[in-house]
Design a protein around this ligand. Structure first.
Ligand code: 1HN
Length: 348
């Protein structure tokens, strides 16, 4: 049937529509094509990029304008205009924010239902304490704060620390399952760094199942992830994508339940086409001169620490124009969610 063949709201008598409204009833046929578009979805998520150079001074200004006590979390949200800025969504399931912590500041302990990770962008000396484990923050490190775990941030260093927060907040909020609980300062466990920090957990290894916790690893140091990528890049059988998945070493599955996290290396001069898959995807440049990202007619030149977001159901082209330096990207996507819901598709 052609799209034009379905009856419209305007085709119905006003009295009839009023009667439906009074009974909390709605006719499906005028909205059927909207909720079930032909051939492929029509994502609200718009290919969008955010320049770190532009965010940074505004974030530092927020540090002057708003004390941490008045913010709890001092964040500028990377909002996708396709969803409307007030929705604070990068995609249907992904929230992104750049957070600033100044020397001596403390972002108090709380726990909440959305899962979070942070990718450290700039500065030394800050830490996140997760369930009593003090996770030091260094550039490129990934720190998990999965659903329900207590977390707080502190800063013993001398310069501002900035990180990228990635949460599944839009999805959890949509499910009417989003809430938080505030707590007191956590006691840090002795043997800091021994238990739930690990460098080798980008690949499953049975030796690392030391903790009974559902999340045995909370910190994935960049030095180790970078080493793993460089080692992969030296394997001539891996001609195309040099990519790792951040996994939970206790089960070899994704590090968190809803969003997936990855690191990708583009060799000098490399162009990589990522297939059209159903989940939306976020890219953040950890290291390198820069990368060109193309999606449909959108072309973004991403420099170090820049972030971009693309919807699902379209291919992404990544180009490292540098002839001498590799580029390293952090990626986050909705794959675990799509797989669990049986919605995951790869259209090639
Ligand atoms: C949150 O708990 C943090 O703990 C950051 O640093 C951003 C955005 C929405 C809801 C909770 C944090 C957040 C957040």
């Amino acid at each position: 049937m052609l799209d034009a063949d379905l009856g419209r709201l305007e085709d119905l008598p006003k009295e009839y529509l009023d009667e439906l409204t009074q009974q909390n009833l709605v006719p499906l046929w005028p909205s059927l094509r909207g909720v079930l578009p032909p051939t492929k979805p029509k994502p609200l998520t718009r290919p969008t990029s955010w320049s770190y150079e532009s965010i940074r001074p505004l974030l530092l200004k927020a540090g002057e304008l708003t004390p941490i006590e008045k913010a709890e979390r001092r964040v500028l949200v990377l909002a996708n205009p396709g969803h409307g800025l007030q929705k604070m969504q990068a995609s249907s399931a992904i929230y992104l924010g750049m957070q600033l912590l100044l020397p001596g500041e403390w972002a108090p302990s709380h726990r909440h239902t959305p899962n979070a990770v942070r990718m450290i962008v700039e500065g030394e000396g800050a830490y996140t304490t997760v369930e009593g484990e003090k996770c030091l923050m260094s550039r490129g490190d990934l720190i998990l704060t999965p659903t329900g775990l207590w977390h707080e941030h502190g800063h013993d260093g001398h310069d501002p620390v900035i990180w990228l927060d990635v949460l599944d907040l839009p999805l959890v909020y949509y499910m009417e399952a989003s809430y938080h609980v505030n707590g007191g300062r956590q006691e840090v466990h002795p043997g800091e760094g021994d238990q739930r920090h690990s460098g080798a957990c980008v690949l499953p290894t049975p030796f690392f199942t030391r903790s009974q916790s559902a999340y045995p690893v909370l910190r994935y140091p960049w030095v180790d992830v970078k080493k793993a990528l460089i080692k992969l890049s030296e394997d001539p059988s891996l001609v195309e994508s040099v990519m790792i998945t951040y996994i939970n070493p206790s089960n070899g599955q994704d590090a968190e339940n809803i969003l997936g996290f990855y690191a990708l290396m583009l060799r000098p001069g490399q162009t990589l086409r990522l297939p059209a898959r159903s989940p939306a995807c976020v890219f953040h440049v950890i290291e390198g001169e820069g990368v060109q990202l193309s999606f449909d007619e959108h072309v973004f030149d991403l420099k170090c620490a820049d972030t971009a977001c693309v919807p699902g159901y379209g291919a992404t082209l990544l180009k490292n124009h540098s002839a001498t330096t590799p580029v390293f990207l952090f990626m986050a996507d909705e794959s675990p969610l799509h797989r669990k819901l049986g919605l995951y598709e790869n259209w090639g």
